[in-house]
Design a protein around this ligand. Structure first.
Ligand code: BES
Ligand code: MN
Ligand code: MN
Length: 457
């Protein structure tokens, strides 16, 4: 579409400047210190929706951070696309590892460096700009509803209720999300699944107070040592998870499905070099792509206890703690896995300590169809702008709300992500290629066009 291309070319610089302004707002949802900034970011998103051509846009308060909702209905007879994204970001720490300020975006070597550049402000904003391109050139092929939340990074705890309360308003034919990654620009891909999540916190308590490690050490169980032993025992020699029942519901893939997953371009040497590791790790019998795509895992996200300050302090800590997450695959159920973990962790605790296990937020895994008209529209859109057919992949990350779109609204999702695995999301120096940003804005309107055409419109 010539008009789209022209409009995008003419407004390119502004599209980038507007994203940079959005990245300057530290909308960290996890830290209450940033509550005002999160609210300010929601307002900014709303203004952008209106500016892009939405008929209406509103900031909807929730028990947590607000949801921004806008829509442009051109003809009720046309299909409707519900765009979902999030304007909240992960905390920026550790700050000292950033080469420039996390909320002072800079462009280096064609990449935008800032917290949220890729996850998900950069990707979410592509949809608002794509909407602007279509609206301002009077060429919207579908109705568009846009829902951008502010709590994705803390588990979307208030979005489920919002879906329940607004079923009518959110009526659509498909959900479109850009919050995942591609293999590379040379090998465009579409994620056709996301893993679920069960997130636990554990506390191991030994003696009733911190002790002198010389006076008592060797005679009283050290909770830090016990915690490490307990965690270590949760993988066996094949790196299988030892929690009884953990794999019971795991859907095993057919040889053909596994072959398809392993057909995706992947260079193990490059992978290792890029991460600075001598070797990879994982469940025996599975490739790296399978380990991150179709197999469940258990990871320690944080572990602490005792003295961690400067210098040395001889102490036998009273308590040790860890945050442990498990990534889930079809047909595992988050609450069931949390219960299995809790029962197991309590069962393996030796008598010389007491343990406390609490569950944090979780989410269910999803697999999105690759034979639906929506997926085909996405594949065709990528074919149009990349000149290549996208490869379907399985993503390792989680977007818990996607399962709820299906359960609450009866809607399937298309994961049209433009990030790269090495964009450092959740890490210092998060980045997003300017090229990917523009490519996304260019590709999205084609999804709308081909999706409408699949309805005969
Ligand atoms: N955008 C990510 C999820 C993602 C990243 C999916 C890369 C596929 C590829 C999302 O913002 C995220 O970080 N989700 C969390 C879960 C959430 C409940 C905090 C995650 O995956 O850890
Ligand atoms: Mn995200
Ligand atoms: Mn994230």
């Amino acid at each position: 579409m010539q008009a789209w291309k022209e409009y995008q070319t003419q407004n390119k610089d502004r599209f980038l400047d507007e994203l940079l302004d959005l990245l300057r707002i530290p909308s960290v949802s996890a830290d209450s210190k940033y509550k005002e900034d999160v609210a300010r970011c929601a307002d900014a998103v709303k203004e952008h929706m209106l500016k892009a051509g939405c008929d209406t846009a509103e900031v909807c308060p929730t028990a947590g951070h607000p949801i921004v909702y806008g829509e442009k209905i051109i003809d009720p007879a046309l299909p409707t696309i519900l765009v979902y994204g999030h304007y909240d970001v992960q905390p920026a720490d550790p700050l000292n590892l950033w080469t420039s300020g996390p909320f002072e975006p800079v462009i280096k070597d064609g990449k935008i460096y800032a917290r949220g550049a890729c996850d998900d402000k950069g990707q979410m904003f592509m949809h608002i700009k794509a909407l602007e391109v279509m609206a301002k050139t009077n060429s919207l092929p579908c109705n568009v509803k846009v829902m951008i939340e502010g709590e994705e990074e803390v588990g979307s705890s208030n979005l489920g209720k919002f879906l329940e309360d607004n079923k009518q308003k959110l009526k659509a034919d498909v959900v479109l999300v850009s919050d995942t990654s591609m293999i590379s620009m040379e090998h465009p891909s579409i994620e056709s699944g996301l893993r679920g999540l069960a997130y636990m916190e554990v506390e191991v308590t030994g003696p009733n107070r911190d002790l002198h490690s010389g006076v008592y050490g060797g005679a009283v169980a050290n909770p830090a040592t016990i915690l490490c032993q307990m965690i270590a025992s949760m993988h066996d020699e094949n790196n299988h998870i030892t929690i009884p029942g953990f794999y019971d519901k795991v859907l095993e893939l057919t040889e053909a499905e596994r072959k398809a997953i392993n057909n995706a371009p992947f260079d193990l040497t490059e992978y290792k070099d890029e991460l600075g590791v001598q070797d990879t790790w994982g469940e025996n019998g599975y490739t790296t792509l399978e380990r991150t795509g179709i197999r469940p895992t258990l990871e320690v996200n944080g572990i602490w206890g005792g003295y961690t300050g400067e210098g040395a302090k001889t102490v036998l800590p009273s308590k040790a703690n860890a945050k442990i997450s498990m990534r889930l695959v079809p047909n595992q159920v988050s609450d069931e896995i949390s219960d299995l973990f809790k029962a197991h962790f309590e069962a393996i605790a030796p008598k010389n300590v007491t343990v406390k296990v609490t569950a944090h937020h979780g989410g269910e895994p999803v697999v999105t169809p690759t034979d639906s008209p929506a997926y085909k529209a996405a594949a065709k859109a990528i074919q149009t702008t990349f000149g290549k057919e996208p490869i379907p992949t399985r993503g390792g990350g989680s977007i818990p709300i996607v399962a709820l779109f299906e359960r609450t609204l009866g809607l399937k999702t298309v994961l049209l992500g433009f990030g790269l695995d090495n964009d450092n999301i959740h890490s210092p120096n998060e980045k997003y290629d300017v090229f990917n940003y523009y490519k996304g804005i260019e590709t999205i309107p084609y999804f709308h066009k081909y999706f409408a055409e699949s309805f005969g419109k």
